[in-house]
Structure formats: C-alpha cells, structure tokens
Design a protein around this ligand. Structure first.
Ligand SMILES: Cc1ncc(COP(=O)(O)O)c(C=O)c1O
Length: 416
C-alpha cells in the first residue's frame, strides 16, 4: 500500500518555536527531530518497498551538524561526503559511505582512504593519482549523462557546461583504464541537478545509466554492483508549489530497471541515492528578531541574522517562505522587504513580500532552513554565525551548536 507523501513548506511547530523564542537568544536555527526521523523513514521505506537492497546515503554537505547526522545515520543512512572535513566527520561518527570529490588533490585522496569511504571518481584523469596512493579494489565513476534539471539554472550539475563527471562517450574508456590499473569491483554514480520536482526525470537519468551499464557489460565484461542516482529530490519552497511524489519517482525507477535489465540482459545493480534537501529542508527554521523598521522608497524590516546565516536568497535569488511568529498570514498585510545587517544589498530574505504588519520585536521565521542553509553560511562582514537547537522527540530543546563569538572569528590570526 503506497502512502501519499506530501511535504509542505507551511508546516511549523508553532508552540515549540514560541517556547524557544521565550527561552533562547535570537538569532538561531531550530530543527525538529521528529520530522527528520519521519523524512528518513519515509524516504528509505518508499525506495525499499520496490528495491529491497536499497542503500541510502545522506549528502552531508546539506547539513553537517553532528547531532543531526547522528539522527540520520541512526535511521540507516550512510554518508555521502564531498570534502576532507565531511569524510572526517563521517569517520568520526563511525559511519560507512562514499566520497565524491571533484578536482581532488592527492592529499585529499589519502585522507579519504584513511576514513574508509568508497571512492567515487569524477574523471578518468584522476586515476593516476589514485594509483600513486594505492588503487582501491572497488570504485565508481560519477557520470555526466548529458542531461540535467534543477530548481534553478545554478542547480544544473550535468550537461556540457557542468564541471562534473565523466561524459557519456568517455565511460567505457574510464572503466577500461581502471580495470587495467587493478580495480576489481565497480559501481556507477551520477548527480545531475538539485531541487528537481519532476518525477519522470529520475527514471530518465537511471535509464541512461543502465544503458551505459550494458555497454560496460558487453565491452568490458563488467557487472556494475550499484548505481547511485545521487540526490536532487526537490521540495516545495512556496506554499502553493507541488510536492515531489516520491511514490511516482520510485515506481518509474522500478519500471525502467525492469525494462532495461531485461532488454540488455544485465544483472540488476543495487540502487543507491544520496538526498540532502529532501531529508532536511523542511525540518529546520531560521529565527530572527526584528530590530529596525525603516520607511524608505520601500519598507524594510531589519532582522538580527543575515545572508551569512542563510545565503540561498543572496546567491541564487532563491525564494524562502517567511512567517511572522504568532501572526496569521491572513492578518492585515503590507508589502515589506525582510533584510539582514550585512553591507551587501543582496542581504535580503524577501523583497516586497506581503506579510502581516510587522513591529519591532516580532520574530521572523524563515522556512526550509534545514538543508543547504547553515552549511552554506559564512562570516562576511565578520558576522559570527548563529546557534543551532534541536526540538527533541522526547521533549525539550538541545543546544547542538553554540553561536560563534568575535574571538572565534579571529582565533586563526595573529592579533598581538
Ligand atoms: C554529489 C552530490 N550528491 C548529493 C547532493 C545532494 O543534493 P540534494 O540536496 O539536492 O539532494 C549534492 C548537492 O549538491 C551533490 O553535489
């Protein structure tokens, strides 16, 4: 029996967040343990129903907080790491997983090998470096199958303009060379775009990989042990935006796997995926307090966090749903820009957004702040980054990261 899966950007644990703003100093990120567990279980179960050996990884880059990673790993996810630090934290937490770097240095490969992660190579040109440090027995290549899709142009990760992956026409050469260099076991990986809401796209990508798997079987006698279709599972950012129907995605994948494995007479590889956004986006919120209200050519509400905390609106012009804590969206509304305190004019979370009338001291809630949010943050303008809290399933809040201090910002420099 398939369950309808709906993600809704408007959902908010309002009572808990009200309790949090009474107890905690703003600004802060707050995450809901219950929601994280539910998303993990729904994702894994939906896939496992149709792909019994399904092996999910979590894209650590989406949210790297160790307390949150422990929750996700305890739900059966491995780690998808893309840097030394991500490999390090996965290893430190005793986790299995895969490393997908790009333009990787020799030292980084050495480090990742010590962390016992599977290596997923971005290109044939990296084989000699890997050989130099000791060729692993089992590797995969990230493939650029020539097609891409994403929630916006900057989230397209494949096709001719993308810096990632082995082009489809180079795949046989890459695996041939790896086999000659001593690799015995192989998988295949791709990651073609992020925040995709089109269910048909995932089976289309998998179909291309299965065609390539058949070529490897025919030309090199390689049986791929897994196909990792990456992340990219989209979530609604606007209240009326549709949710990705994960059942449709998985049914489509099942169909293409049945069809292609039969047509090409290949053994079915294990299916893997490495979502970030789908697991974490709607489980976290960034809470800021209104400091200043300014009437200029437009009306601005200045809050005590900024693009340094959540850079997506500034760098992608991305839309984030915003509410005013305790005020109904149906209340008397006015058009207002919600802005941060950085000296950058793109430090604006919303422009001319219709919101309930805002007063100094109101709490602004920025939704979908659980993925690619804190993790993308920075310290421009020497703004320390905010604290993170967890709403525990068993009740209460846990501080899972303290706010940075001014001293933190300068601790790697010589002051005296
Ligand atoms: C290699 C790789 N895997 C997985 C992800 C996670 O993507 P998403 O958060 O869209 O699921 C990313 C995101 O950039 C990625 O680069």
């Amino acid at each position: 029996m398939t369950k309808r899966i709906n993600q809704n950007v408007v959902d908010l644990p309002t009572a808990k967040i009200k309790e949090a703003v009474n107890k905690l100093q703003t600004p802060f990120f707050i995450y809901d343990e219950n929601k994280i567990r539910k998303n993990c279980q729904t994702f894994s179960q939906t896939f496992a129903d149709k792909f019994p050996g399904f092996a999910p990884l979590f894209a650590v880059k989406a949210n790297t907080n160790p307390d949150l990673l422990k929750i996700i790993f305890s739900e059966g996810f491995g780690a998808d790491a893309s840097s030394e630090a991500e490999a390090w934290i996965a290893h430190k937490l005793g986790q299995w997983g895969m490393y997908t770097g790009n333009y990787t240095k020799e030292d980084e490969f050495k480090f990742v090998k010590k962390c016992n992660l599977m290596i997923n190579l971005d290109d044939i040109s990296m084989l000699p470096t890997l050989k130099k440090i000791g060729m692993p027995e089992f590797i995969s290549f990230r493939i650029n199958p020539g097609i891409s899709k994403g929630g916006m142009k900057s989230l397209f990760f494949a096709g001719p303009d993308a810096k990632y992956g082995v082009p489809a026409e180079g795949v046989v050469d890459a695996y041939r060379k790896a086999k000659r260099m001593g690799v015995k076991r192989f998988g295949m990986h791709t990651m073609t775009g992020s925040n995709v809401l089109d269910e048909k796209y995932f089976p289309a990508v998998a179909g291309k990989l299965l065609d390539l798997a058949a070529e490897l079987k025919n030309k090199l006698k390689i049986d791929l042990e897994y196909i990792n279709i990456g992340g990219g599972f989209g979530v609604p950012y606007k209240p009326n935006e549709k949710s990705l129907d994960l059942n449709k995605v998985v049914n489509g994948l099942r169909k293409v796997f049945n069809q292609k494995c039969k047509e090409h007479n290949i053994k079915e590889p294990t299916l893997m995926a490495e979502p970030g956004r789908w697991i974490m986006a709607d489980t976290g919120w960034l809470i800021g307090k209104v400091n200043v209200i300014k009437d200029s050519y437009k009306k601005f509400a200045g809050i005590d966090c900024g693009m340094n905390d959540l850079p997506r609106p500034a760098i992608y012009d991305a839309y984030h749903h915003i509410t005013v804590l305790g005020k109904s969206l149906k209340a008397r509304q006015e058009k207002i820009n919600i802005v941060g305190r950085l000296c950058e004019n793109n430090d604006q979370f919303a422009k001319e957004r219709l919101l309930p009338k805002i007063k100094i001291g109101d709490h602004i809630v920025i939704h979908n702040a659980g993925a690619h949010a804190y993790a993308m943050g920075h310290n421009y303008n020497n703004r320390p980054r905010s604290a993170e809290y967890l709403i525990k399933t068993k009740g209460g809040f846990k501080k899972i990261r303290r706010a940075e201090t001014i001293e933190d910002l300068f601790k790697t420099t010589n002051i005296s």
